[in-house]
Ligand binder design. Structure first.
Ligand code: ADP
Ligand code: MG
Length: 304
């Protein structure tokens, strides 16, 4: 017997197929696949084969996981300059994608476009199939997308703790909840010892981590980091690497990271997306991108 359970907009989402050998056993993950439907209106009926059907060897449950961030042929034009030219990229929850390329290639512009800081000339951006392009930044943030900026933006005179609390309150948390979340987030970013110090008194590397704490405090499904390792030394970059891996593993968020620190990027990322003059010149796993002659010529030549 097939029992319709609920409907869900699955465009670009990950579908998990769970199976049980008998109705009373625990479900185990047997496979997953991605629904590639680009049409935001795609609705897939999720059904559950009824648990009561004894003797059915193949009890299968489909679960929709929200979700993915889809950038679909996005272009951004600044007067005479095409900063992004038909860039497409999908970020799933739980994966880490590195956005790399030479200075001026459009990396920051892509994060600005996703988060509503610059208007798109062409293309669309979706979260779980819902269009977010055209919305103002605060509404895009409510769709679970948080970012940091290439240049540090903190309330310098406020304490480390107050900076994170303010981000949580701005995201709609009560003061009480914000305080609790802020303490927990500082712990995750190894900043608890600095809670009562003003932001401006922190060493540079810790200010960078504080920015991430502010973006992370409400456990967003998608985190976009613009050069978080810029100016960090090797050991600070290593500890950032471990912190970021821990965050993605624990929260299952999708992480899009821009950085020139190839030591960090190559060890951290599942996939890389390479821009040059606003265009995608390569995408794929780190090893194949590193070996790509176009990427070596445009960017990696002097950095490997
Ligand atoms: P990246 O982050 O890869 O270094 P950016 O996205 O900052 O590159 O910039 C891409 C190109 O767009 C550059 O040529 C830059 O000068 C230009 N640009 C970025 N933002 C603006 C803007 N707001 N107005 C005009 N030009 C811009
Ligand atoms: Mg930039």
């Amino acid at each position: 017997m097939l029992v319709p359970l609920f409907t869900y907009d699955l465009s670009g989402s990950t579908v998990l197929r769970l199976s049980m050998s008998s109705p009373r056993s625990s479900p185990t993950l047997c496979s997953y696949s991605t629904v590639n439907a680009k049409d935001a209106k795609t609705i897939i009926l999720i059904s559950v084969l009824c648990c009561g059907c004894r003797g059915s060897p193949d009890l299968v449950i489909l679960i929709a996981m929200t979700n993915s961030l889809q950038i679909d042929t996005v272009s951004v034009q600044f007067a005479g300059l095409r900063a992004l030219d038909a860039v497409s990229l999908t970020l799933q929850r739980g994966e880490i994608v590195g956005l790399i390329g030479p200075n001026g290639s459009g990396k920051t512009t892509l994060i600005n476009a996703i988060t509503g800081y610059v208007p798109l000339t062409n293309g669309q951006i979706y979260v779980s199939g819902r269009r977010i392009s055209g919305l103002p930044p605060h509404r895009i943030a409510h769709h679970g997308i948080r970012r940091t900026f290439q240049t540090i933006r903190l309330f310098k005179q406020l304490t480390t703790l107050e900076n994170v609390e303010a981000a949580a309150v701005a995201a709609g948390q009560s003061r009480r909840a914000a305080s609790k979340l802020a303490h927990a987030t500082l712990e995750r970013l190894a900043l608890s010892d600095r809670a009562r110090q003003t932001a401006e008194s922190l060493p540079y590397g810790e200010q960078r981590r504080l920015e991430i704490a502010r973006a992370l405090v409400t456990a967003p499904p998608f985190l976009l980091l613009d050069e978080p390792a810029a100016g960090l030394n090797e050991s600070e970059s290593d500890s950032l690497l471990n912190i970021l891996i821990g965050i993605v593993r624990a929260d299952g968020c999708g992480l899009l990271i821009i950085d020139h620190d190839m030591r960090l990027i190559m060890r951290l990322c599942d996939r890389l997306h390479v821009l040059n003059y606003g265009r995608t010149i390569a995408e794929g796993d780190p090893a194949s991108v590193r070996a790509n002659p176009d990427v070596i010529a445009a960017y990696l030549g002097g950095r490997r």
